[in-house]
Design a protein around this ligand. Structure first.
Ligand SMILES: [Zn+2]
Length: 304
């Protein structure tokens, strides 16, 4: 008998379902692009985005069925864990991912529970990734760290004293709105100079006029510096020795990005307890979101 976790990951670019063993090994997965659900004008002839809520759900349900079909008679699913873009109500009862306009107050947790017959837990995808890195990634064995994601947007999750922080409504660790440039670029939150407004893939495309992956070296370095600046604030505030950074922008930029981030942290983390805090790339690669989602499920069942 093999106990497994059904893992689900939902993002604006792709959605995935998988089977994860209790030791954190991803053993099966199905992935497909998230269908675009931008509201179209009448001239474009497309349906309004709200009408795409059900087709999008059917896509996801198909992925879930596909991996469940891979189960053998010896396998047993113990829980469904899900990572999804925010915002959401606590526990993911209703999700409204910024990058998926078709889902507004979509009852994701109940729909997944109905589909699978499993106890289901849903959390923010960046928090899920932080959990995954602490389970079997580069933060394994660490009881105090931040996991940050720098991709289309910027998100994060904080583990303190061995526990993932939730906060009042589940949004703790949402590091994208730490101010890194006083009076800087306007952010979608209404503020100015937030990390997300200066360093996300969306921001970099707006700043450079081309996709983030084509950003020139000076922009790569600036982005690393700003990420390091935000991380230094968090490290100084919470007494963390480690920051793990994932996401397509950060991992795509690679070494020059991480060197700039580390240099800025070294410059700003000066108190005895904060000195020497490290920033490292995430270690789970493209399996991170599903491994993290599985951990959301196990955490729901009572794992730390
Ligand atoms: Zn902001």
């Amino acid at each position: 008998m093999a106990d497994l976790v059904l893992a689900v990951d939902i993002g604006g670019t792709k959605m995935a379902a998988g089977l994860v063993a209790l030791d954190g090994t991803l053993i099966e997965r199905a992935v497909q692009p998230t269908r675009p659900t931008r509201r179209r004008s009448a001239e474009e002839g497309g349906p309004a985005s709200q009408d795409l809520a059900e087709p999008l759900w059917q896509d996801l349900a198909g992925l879930v069925r596909k991996v469940m079909d891979q189960l053998t008679r010896e396998d047993r699913l113990v829980v469904c864990g899900t990572g999804c873009g925010g915002p959401m109500t606590p526990g993911g009862d209703e999700v409204s991912p910024l990058n998926i306009p078709a889902w507004r107050s979509f009852p994701l947790r109940a729909r997944l529970a109905d589909l699978t017959g499993l106890t289901t837990f849903v959390d923010n995808d960046a928090k899920a990734l932080a959990l995954g890195e602490g389970w079997v990634g580069v933060a394994a064995g660490s009881s105090d760290y931040i996991g940050m994601v720098v991709s289309t947007g910027v998100g994060g999750g904080i583990v303190l004293d061995g526990r993932l922080l939730d906060g009042r409504l589940g949004n703790a660790g949402h590091v994208g709105h730490v101010i890194v440039v006083p009076d800087g670029r306007v952010c979608r939150c209404g503020g100015r100079g937030c990390l997300e407004a200066e360093a996300s893939g969306t921001a970099l495309a707006a700043i450079t006029g081309q996709p983030a992956r084509l950003a020139p070296a000076v922009v790569v370095e600036r982005t690393g510096t700003l990420v390091g600046r935000a991380l230094a604030d968090v490290v100084n505030l919470l007494d963390l020795p480690l920051a793990v950074v994932s996401g397509s922008v950060a991992l795509g930029f690679g070494q020059p990005f991480f060197e700039a981030a580390q240099a800025e942290m070294d410059r700003l983390c000066r108190l005895d307890f904060a000195r020497g805090a490290r920033v490292v790339p995430g270690g789970l690669g493209d399996s991170g979101p599903l491994v993290g989602a599985a951990r959301v499920g196990l955490r729901g069942l009572g794992a730390p």
